[in-house]
Ligand binder design. Structure first.
Ligand code: C5P
Length: 208
């Protein structure tokens, strides 16, 4: 079974995806990490993520980069959002994601274009969303826990910028697939959101 999970940053899609993967015993790929690694590697190369050639040159980042805590920072998320605009970069990361989705037994992938581009044939597509305020609060709590110094309004401004860029880019914009189940987690705790995802999967697999 392939489960595609898309949605904006800090919507809860990462947490839900990890829990789904554990529940169904499936491997999980956080595809945002790949774009974060490209953004980070572009910077390490002395390049500019707004330049397609610079971002493309960073696609060969070492896998060890994926484990670095700096990848989880807001600043790296912004670099990723800028680097991910370029069609060449998206194309270069396509096979890795597609192969992961198609492995025997299935997989859970989360990102922005899993249900639309990477795995349009997924058995279940979830689109996890939440208000900017709820997402900013969550991200703020997460950053505080990690000791990262950033204010709530800085986070809100960054979320707005990223939503705008991810939604309006020409190639693989952030959009729910027509057959995706939409789950708004603004008012939901983790267990409630997870249960809503399980209910959607039960419905999709029963009808499909
Ligand atoms: O999900 P995360 O916040 O880690 O993603 C970082 C950035 O990578 C996003 O803002 C988005 O621009 C980009 N991304 C993407 N396609 C994906 C996953 C992430 O364009 N499948």
């Amino acid at each position: 079974m392939i489960i595609a999970v898309d949605g904006p940053t800090a919507s809860g899609k990462g947490t839900i995806s990890k829990k789904l993967a554990a529940h169904f015993g499936l491997p999980h790929l956080d595809t945002g990490l790949l774009y974060r690694a490209v953004g980070r590697q572009t910077l390490l190369n002395g390049g500019d993520p707004d330049r397609s050639a610079d971002a493309l040159a960073a696609v060969g980042f070492p896998d060890s980069l994926l484990d670095e805590p700096v990848l989880r920072n807001e600043a790296t998320g912004s670099l990723a959002s800028r680097a991910s605009v370029h069609p060449d970069v998206r194309k270069a990361l396509f096979d890795r994601q597609r192969d992961f989705a198609q492995q025997e037994g299935g997989a859970v992938l989360d990102g922005r274009d899993i249900g639309t581009v990477i795995a349009p044939d997924a058995d279940v597509k979830l689109f996890i969303t939440a208000s900017v305020e709820a997402r900013a609060q969550r991200r703020y709590a997460e950053m505080q826990e990690r000791g990262v110094s950033i204010t709530l309004s800085e986070i809100e401004a960054d979320l707005h910028r990223r939503d705008e860029r991810d939604t309006n880019r020409k190639d693989a914009p952030l959009i729910a697939a027509p057959d995706a189940y939409i789950i708004d987690t603004s008012e939901l705790g983790i267990e409630e959101a997870f249960n809503a995802a399980l209910a959607a999967i039960a419905e999709a697999t029963a009808s499909g």
